[in-house]
Design a protein around this ligand. Structure first.
Ligand code: SF4
Length: 382
C-alpha cells in the first residue's frame, strides 16, 4: 500500500467522525465522548467502550449553544456543546467533561444541565487537582478517576477489573509511542507528509479504535522510515497552541513550503508525551501519568518563576532544526494568552523568530492568516 493510500485512510477517519460513530453504534458498541483535557481515556477502553475525542468542529456554526454560553467562551467549548445539542452526537452513550480551565469549569455545568434537561446522555464530571504531584494531589486524582470509573461502569453495565485497566494502559502506551514516532518521522519527511496530512493522521487517533489506529500508524511509520533522506528545500517551523487542525489553514503552510518539524500543540503532542506504568495499581499509574505531564499552559508549575515551559518550547525549536515558531492563539483562551509573554521572552532570548496567529473554529476567511504566513516564510528564508 502506498504512503498516499495510507494517509487517505487516516484522512477519511479524521474528516468523518460522525460516520464512524454511526458504525460503532451499528456494531452494538457503546461510545463515550471525551472532552479536553487529560481525561483518563484508558478507563473507557477498559470498560469495553469506544472513546471519541470532542475538540469542537471546523464545519459548524454556533447557534443553539449560544443559549448556554457566554460569548467570550472559546469556540472549542461552544462548538462541542453545539454538536451535543444539534443532534450530531445523539448516539453517544455518555460524555466525560474535564474542568481544567476557567472555560471548561462552567461549561461542565452547561453540558450537564443541557444533556439532563434534554435527556440525551449522562455527563461524567472530572476535576483535576492543581497540585498534582504531592501525595495528596495523587490521591485526589485517584479519587476523581475512581468516580469516572464507577460512572463508566454504570453506562457499560458491568464492572471493569484492574487487569482490564492494565491492559488498556498497554494499548494506550503503544498508541502514544506510535504517535510520537509519527510526529518525528513527519518532521523528517515533509516531502511525504504535508502539514494537512500530518494533522489528519493525528486527528484520526481521536476517532478510530486505538488498536486499529496504532497498527495502521505503525505501518505508515515503517514506510516513512524506509524513505531515502529527505530532499526538502522548504522551511521548517514548530507549531504551538491548543489546536490547529483546519485543513484550509494548514494548506497555506503547504503552499508556502513551510513544514512542521514538530509541535507543542495540545491536540497533538502535549497529550502524548507521557506514558503510564504498566504494572502496580493501575489507578495510581494513571494519576502518576497525569502528575508527570509537564510544560503545558494548563498545568500548574511549582517553579513558574523559572519560565521552564518557555525554555522547553524554545529548545523544541532548536533541537528539531526548525527556523521559527508559529503560535496558533485560540481566541478567548485565557491560559494560552496569559502564557504568551513568557513564551515570547524565551523565544526572543533564544533568537527564535515567531508569529502569533489569532484563530478560532468559526474562521472562514483566511486572507489575513495567509498574508502573515507568507511574510513569515519570507523572513525565515533570508
Ligand atoms: S481553548 Fe483554552 S479556554 Fe478553550 S477549553 Fe481549551 S484551554 Fe480552555
Amino acid at each position: 500500500m502506498s504512503i498516499e493510500t495510507r494517509l487517505n485512510e487516516f484522512k477519511a477517519a479524521a474528516y468523518a467522525p460522525a460516520k464512524l460513530l454511526k458504525e460503532y453504534k451499528a456494531a452494538g458498541r457503546k461510545v463515550i465522548g471525551v472532552l479536553p483535557y487529560y481525561a483518563p481515556e484508558e478507563l473507557v477502553y477498559a470498560a469495553g467502550m469506544v472513546p471519541m475525542g470532542i475538540w469542537g468542529s471546523n464545519n459548524k456554526t454556533i447557534s443553539k449553544a449560544k443559549e448556554y454560553c457566554a460569548t467570550f467562551y472559546c469556540t472549542i467549548a461552544q462548538l462541542a456543546l453545539e454538536m451535543m445539542l444539534d443532534g450530531t452526537m445523539d448516539q453517544l452513550d455518555g460524555v466525560i467533561t474535564p474542568t481544567i480551565c476557567d472555560t471548561l469549569r462552567p461549561m461542565s455545568q452547561n453540558f450537564r444541565v443541557s444533556m439532563t434537561a434534554l435527556k440525551k446522555m449522562p455527563t461524567i464530571f472530572l476535576a483535576h487537582p492543581q497540585y498534582r504531584r504531592p501525595q495528596f494531589g495523587l490521591e485526589f486524582t485517584v479519587a476523581q478517576y475512581t468516580n469516572v470509573r464507577k460512572e463508566l461502569e454504570k453506562i457499560a453495565g458491568h464492572e471493569m477489573t484492574d487487569e482490564d485497566i492494565r491492559a488498556a494502559i498497554k494499548v494506550y502506551n503503544k498508541y502514544r509511542q506510535a504517535r510520537r514516532e509519527f510526529v518525528k518521522l513527519a518532521g523528517e519527511h515533509p516531502e511525504a507528509v504535508s502539514a494537512v496530512n500530518r494533522s489528519a493522521v493525528l486527528k484520526a487517533g481521536y476517532f478510530m479504535e486505538k488498536p486499529e489506529y496504532t497498527e495502521k500508524l505503525n505501518a505508515l511509520n515503517e514506510e516513512l522510515k524506509a524513505l531515502p533522506a529527505s530532499n526538502w528545500d522548504g522551511i521548517k517551523i514548530v507549531t504551538s497552541g491548543i489546536i490547529c487542525d483546519n485543513p484550509v489553514l494548514l494548506k497555506i503552510f503547504d503552499d508556502n513550503k513551510i513544514a512542521i518539524a514538530t509541535d507543542d500543540v495540545a491536540h497533538e503532542s502535549r497529550t502524548i508525551r507521557v506514558d503510564a506504568a504498566e504494572d502496580g495499581d493501575p489507578m495510581m499509574a494513571l494519576a502518576k501519568q497525569f502528575a508527570d505531564e509537564d510544560y503545558d499552559v494548563l498545568l500548574y508549575d511549582e517553579e513558574s518563576s523559572k519560565n521552564r515551559r518557555g525554555e522547553f518550547v524554545a529548545n523544541l525549536v532548536k533541537e528539531s532544526g526548525a527556523k521559527g515558531l508559529v503560535l496558533f492563539m485560540q481566541q478567548f483562551c485565557d491560559p494560552e494568552e496569559m502564557e504568551y509573554p513568557y513564551l515570547k521572552k524565551a523565544l526572543d532570548d533564544a533568537g527564535i523568530p515567531h508569529i502569533k496567529l489569532g484563530i478560532d473554529q468559526q474562521m472562514r476567511d483566511f486572507g489575513q492568516a495567509s498574508t502573515a504566513i507568507q511574510a513569515f516564510a519570507d523572513v525565515l528564508s533570508v
